[in-house]
Write a protein that binds this ligand. Structure first.
Ligand SMILES: C[S@@+](CC[C@H](N)C(=O)[O-])C[C@H]1O[C@@H](n2cnc3c(N)ncnc32)[C@H](O)[C@@H]1O
Length: 288
């Protein structure tokens, strides 16, 4: 069976169909795999299973996640990247361009992340090194540096902006360990909305954030975001105390009524990962 992957940049999802079956955005937005509360980046259609997709992605990944720096201006205690780091390392745009040029299979999506990508001294150069490729670019930031994000967006490259907010103002600022972070993230969202870019907000679900996530989602409905994605803590992060279950998150958001989409992410599907030292590997499926 040959699988066909169609990436929808503003939805940040792939439709996976059987070869020859093209999928339209409007139709896709009505299918169960998209309307479901669980966020699957690769949505199986045509009787395809998640196993079929995983097997395919392990041999032929469709996306590259780039950790462009290991440093960060925040101190989230669960950080999967273990940032900030005492000796900052930044990936050079030359190495990134070289990796992209020599990929065996073409990819459809690149995430620029860290650490905190706005702490990279040449973030616009990094984005430019993906620019020749016909891929969706996701900039994943805590939004603490609106001016750095603005510089990237001024370069005219269409990106999906993914901003982390883990609760209402007081909860968020404590979670990331920096006063004023919430307000700066909101400013970053406004910078992107002035350019009519798709904006997703990502939240970590932990014991401390869970009770306030409905309030956060309500507050976000005042902003032009298209999706609020709540992530379960990945088991490989640091400091795992306070993890909550998928069912707990489901219960907490069930009665939230907002115009943007809400989703919950509890699994990774295989992807290529490039670390800040330029090491490339396929990361396997993880359900958590
Ligand atoms: C690693 S951060 C890097 C980008 C940026 N510094 C930020 O905070 O958005 C990317 C996303 O991963 C999430 N994240 C961090 N640690 C995690 C963990 N242990 N499990 C699941 N997601 C995690 C963050 O909350 C954020 O939404």
């Amino acid at each position: 069976m040959t699988l066909q992957f169609t990436y929808f940049p503003s939805l940040d999802r792939f439709a996976v169909s059987k070869n020859g079956h093209s999928v339209e955005n409007r139709w896709f937005m009505q299918c169960d795999g998209y309307t479901s509360l669980e966020y699957l980046r690769y949505v199986p259609l045509d009787g395809i299973t998640l196993c079929d997709i995983n097997e395919h992605l392990l041999k032929c990944p469709q996306e590259l996640c780039c950790e462009i720096t290991n440093t960060c201006n925040a101190h989230c205690h669960v950080c999967i990247a273990d940032a900030p780091n005492r000796s900052p390392i930044h990936l050079s745009s030359g190495i990134l361009a070289n990796v992209i040029e020599h990929l065996v299979n073409p990819i459809l999506r690149i995430t620029i992340t860290g650490g905190e990508p706005t702490a990279h001294p040449d973030l616009t150069g990094i984005v430019a090194s993906c620019a020749g490729t016909e891929v969706g670019i996701v900039l994943s930031t805590n939004g603490c540096e609106p001016r750095a994000v603005k510089r990237v967006l001024d370069s005219d490259r269409k990106v999906l902006l993914s901003v982390s907010l883990h609760g209402p103002k007081d909860v968020h600022d404590i979670f990331v360990g920096c006063l004023g972070s919430y307000d700066r993230a909101i400013e970053t969202i406004r910078v992107a909305s002035e350019r009519s870019l798709a904006i997703h907000v990502l939240s970590m679900a932990t014991r401390e954030t869970l009770p306030t996530l409905p309030e956060l989602s309500q507050a976000l409905s005042e902003l032009p975001i298209s999706e609020h994605r709540i992530n379960l803590v990945k088991p490989s992060g640091r400091n795992l105390a306070g993890m909550v279950t998928y069912e707990e998150v489901l219960e907490s958001i069930l009665n939230v009524c907002v115009s943007h989409k809400i989703s919950i992410k509890r699994r990774d599907q295989p992807f290529l990962f490039l670390n800040c030292l330029g090491h490339l590997e396929v990361r396997h499926e993880r359900a958590y």
